[in-house]
Design a protein around this ligand. Structure first.
Ligand code: HEC
Ligand SMILES: [Cu+2]
Length: 313
């Protein structure tokens, strides 16, 4: 019977809301399947049963009031039912519950930035406490994006110059993924974030310290993790090939040519400035498209990235 349950209702449900969406989605799907078969099978049968045959006499009945009212009223009632079912659910999540944790989400090519009420920020990494109502307030700095956590059935467009909102309650502790569901340019497929649903204690600890994972890595390893997690990987290669930004291989200690003339030594101060104020010195031959990471990288992460770039000789 397990296979039947799986077929009728998908299993990975990471939020309170997911159940309601799945029940309705599967109800519509199965209703469509049943109606489709219910129409197509008799249609094929009648087409065959009453096919042309020389000499066959067909009775002259063109009208059946009872039958016609039945096949008009039943589908009408089904449509009305689906409409109210849908709109009640829509209203439930469009107007959030009283008490929820507010998180500002900013999308930009090509990363996610999360900000908590106390000012704590993170990039491409969202920590949320389990069984607590979360209120996302989302906007974009450039083009249309769409915040999507598949297993929580969280999905909402993010529009530049406008705020969109979403409420959900995560119910399953552990790591989940989120991704961008609106094609937003070259780096679209790299635009994902990890969503960690924590116990209240783990969440409080993360808010306080940003986690202590960095202590268990060497600075270079930690930098490599940041390189992937913070989205540097979407624009920077480390093998000497050019991407949207310059490769990091062998840049340490080199004199970098700048746009508009002049050179600069690639050292600790320059690398740091490149992350926090990328427009201050733009590398020759590249566009100033790098977003600033001011306030988005913790000290240990900056140190890690510097060490990682240094190690790429
Ligand atoms: C959207 C693409 C993009 C992302 C994401 C990005 N960068 Fe950049 N980065 C660039 C471009 C383009 C340049 C060259 C132009 C300039 O200097 O602003 C650059 C330049 C740099 C430089 C100077 C390189 C040199 O050769 O002198 C450093 C260091 C750097 N980025 C670090 C980072 C780090 C660290 C991250 C992640 C935390 C990151 N970048 C994320 C696009 C990006
Ligand atoms: Cu996007």
């Amino acid at each position: 019977m397990e296979w039947l349950r799986r077929a009728l209702l998908p299993v990975d449900q990471g939020s309170e809301f997911a159940k309601h969406i799945d029940v309705m989605y599967m109800a519509i799907l199965w209703l469509s399947i049943v109606l489709f078969i219910g129409l197509m099978v008799p249609m094929c049968y009648f087409a065959w049963r009453y096919r042309f045959k020389a000499g066959r006499v067909t009775p002259h009945q063109t009208h059946n009031t009872v039958l016609e009212i039945t096949w008009t009223v039943i589908p009408l009632l089904l449509c009305v039912l689906l409409f109210f079912w849908g709109i009640i659910g829509y209203m439930q999540f469009a107007v959030g519950p009283g008490e929820s944790m507010e998180i500002q989400v900013t999308a930009k090519k090509w990363l996610w930035q999360f900000e908590f009420p106390d000012g704590t920020r993170a990039v491409n990494e969202l920590h949320i406490p389990v069984n607590k109502s979360i209120h996302l307030i989302m906007t974009s700095e450039d083009v249309l994006h769409d915040f999507f956590i598949p297993d929580m059935r969280v999905k909402r467009d993010i529009v530049p110059g406008r705020y969109t909102e979403y409420w959900f309650t995560p119910t399953s502790i552990g790591e989940h993924v989120s991704t961008c569901a609106e094609y937003c340019g070259k780096g679209h497929s790299d635009m994902h974030a990890k969503v960690f649903v924590d116990t209240p204690a783990d969440f409080a600890k993360w808010m306080e310290t940003g986690g202590d994972e960095w202590m268990h890595h060497t600075p270079e390893e930690w930098g490599k993790i940041q390189y992937e997690q913070k989205g540097c990987v979407t624009c920077h290669n480390v093998d000497g090939t050019r991407s949207k930004g310059p490769s990091w291989k062998g840049i340490w200690g080199k004199m970098e040519k700048l746009k508009g003339g002049g050179t600069v030594l690639v050292d600790e101060a320059y690398v740091r400035e490149s992350m926090l104020q990328p427009q201050a010195k733009v590398v020759e031959g590249f566009d100033p498209i790098m977003p600033t990471f001011q306030g988005l990288l913790r000290e240990n992460e900056i140190r890690g990235l510097v060490a990682y770039i240094k190690s790429l000789q």
